[in-house]
Write a protein that binds this ligand. Structure first.
Ligand SMILES: Nc1ncnc2c1ncn2[C@@H]1O[C@H](COP(=O)(O)OP(=O)(O)OP(=O)(O)O)[C@@H](O)[C@H]1O
Length: 322
C-alpha cells in the first residue's frame, strides 16, 4: 500500500431500507441512498475536513470507515484493512470522537475510563503512561482526572474524550463535530491540540464539522458532501471561490454615519452607529480594517464567518446558472 492511499474509497455506497407506516396495516418501503458512489483517498498524515449540510451522509461515511456499517457497494480500505470484515483489528489503529456522544463512563472518574481503555486495547504500560501524561499536559486534564464524567463541563468532557481516543496511539482519528457547543477558549484548546497531534505525530485526521473556522484553522483540504455525493474536494479557499462566499465585517463607529466607503467591500446593513460590510471570504480582512481605522472613527469591529450551509447553497446556485 502506498502512503498516499491510507484511506481509500472507491465508488462506495450505502443504501438504507426504510419502512414507514402510511396507514392502518399499510407500510411503505423506501430506500435512502445515504452515500452515493463516493470515491476519494486520504494520504497518511493529512488533516481533512469532511463537511456538508444535515443528512448529507457524513456520519454514515464515518461509520463505514470504522466498520460499524458495511457498504452496500464499492470498496473501502483504511490502512489496508477492510473495516467491516476486520473491525477489531482496525479498532487498534483508529480513534473516534463523536462530539454529541461520549465514550467515557458517565458515573466514574475520568481516569477510570482511561484505565479501562488501557486494558481493553492491551496498551503496553510504558506507552499508556507516556500517552496519558502527554494528553493530560496538553489538554489540561490534570485536575479533572478524579472528577466523575457527569460533573465535567462540555469542553472538559470533549478534551477527556479526545484523550480517550488517543491512548492507544491510533494512526487515524475521526472527529465528528469536536467543537460543537464549546466556548471560544475551549475551541482554541481543542484546535491547538489537534494541530500539534497532526504535526508532531503525523496522525491522519478526518474532521466533520459545521464550524468553518475549524476547517480554516486546521485543514488544508476540505471535502463537501451533499445528498450522499462528493461535491467538492480541494482547498478551503477554492470552496469559497466556488461558492463566491462572503465574510462580514461588523463595524461599530463612534456615531451614526452614512454608509462607509471601502475598496472591495460593500455595506449591506446599517443600524445606528453599527454597519455590516460584506467582503470576499478568500480575502484578508486586514487591509479593510486598516482603511477603516485610517478614515473613520472606529470603536470596535469583528469578523463573522459565512456558515457552511450558505457556502454550499451559493455553490449550487453558481452551478445552476453556469
Ligand atoms: N440507520 C439508518 N436508517 C435509515 N436511514 C438512515 C440511517 N442512518 C442515516 N440515515 C439517513 O441517511 C442520510 C444521511 O445521514 P447521515 O447521518 O450520514 O448524515 P450527516 O451528514 O451525518 O448529517 P448530520 O450533520 O445531521 O449528522 C439521512 O437521510 C438519514 O436520515
Amino acid at each position: 500500500m502506498a502512503d498516499g492511499d491510507f484511506i481509500v474509497l472507491e465508488r462506495v455506497e450505502k443504501v438504507f431500507d426504510v419502512r414507514r407506516k402510511t396507514g392502518f396495516l399499510k407500510r411503505e418501503r423506501r430506500q435512502v441512498r445515504a452515500v452515493d458512489s463516493i470515491s476519494f483517498t486520504v494520504a497518511r498524515g493529512e488533516m481533512v475536513g469532511y463537511i456538508g449540510p444535515n443528512g448529507a451522509g457524513k456520519s454514515t461515511t464515518i461509520k463505514m470507515l470504522t466498520g460499524i456499517l458495511t457498504p452496500s457497494a464499492g470498496r473501502l480500505r483504511v490502512a489496508g484493512i477492510d473495516p467491516s470484515s476486520e473491525r477489531r483489528r482496525l479498532a487498534h489503529r483508529i480513534g473516534v470522537v463523536f462530539g454529541q456522544r461520549t465514550t467515557l463512563w458517565w458515573d466514574l472518574p475520568l481516569i477510570d475510563s482511561y484505565r479501562l481503555a488501557h486494558r481493553m486495547y492491551r496498551i503496553p504500560d510504558a506507552r499508556y503512561r507516556e500517552n496519558l501524561d502527554r494528553c493530560v499536559e496538553l489538554l489540561e486534564l490534570g485536575e479533572l482526572l478524579e472528577v466523575p464524567v457527569r460533573q465535567l463541563s462540555l469542553g472538559q468532557r470533549m478534551r477527556g474524550d479526545i484523550a480517550a481516543a488517543l491512548l492507544h496511539d491510533p494512526e487515524v482519528l475521526y472527529l465528528d463535530e469536536p467543537t460543537i457547543g464549546l466556548d471560544v477558549v475551549s475551541k482554541a484548546k481543542v484546535r491547538g491540540f489537534l494541530r500539534e497531534l497532526n504535526s508532531e505525530r503525523g496522525t491522519t485526521v478526518l474532521l466533520t464539522t459545521h464550524d468553518l473556522q475549524d476547517i480554516e484553522q486546521l485543514c488544508s483540504r476540505v471535502m463537501v458532501i451533499d445528498h450522499g455525493r462528493l461535491m467538492y474536494d480541494g482547498p478551503l479557499a477554492g470552496l469559497h471561490e466556488a461558492g463566491e462566499s462572503e465574510r462580514t465585517l461588523v463595524v461599530d463607529l463612534e456615531r451614526e454615519l452614512p454608509p462607509v466607503r471601502v475598496p472591495s467591500a460593500r455595506v449591506v446593513r446599517v443600524e445606528g452607529p453599527r454597519q455590516w460590510l460584506a467582503f470576499p471570504a478568500g480575502q484578508s480582512a486586514a487591509p479593510l480594517v486598516a482603511h477603516l481605522a485610517a478614515e473613520y472613527p472606529l470603536v470596535d469591529l469583528s469578523v463573522r464567518e459565512p456558515d457552511i450551509e450558505a457556502v454550499i447553497a451559493k455553490m449550487y446556485a453558481e452551478r445552476a446558472v453556469s
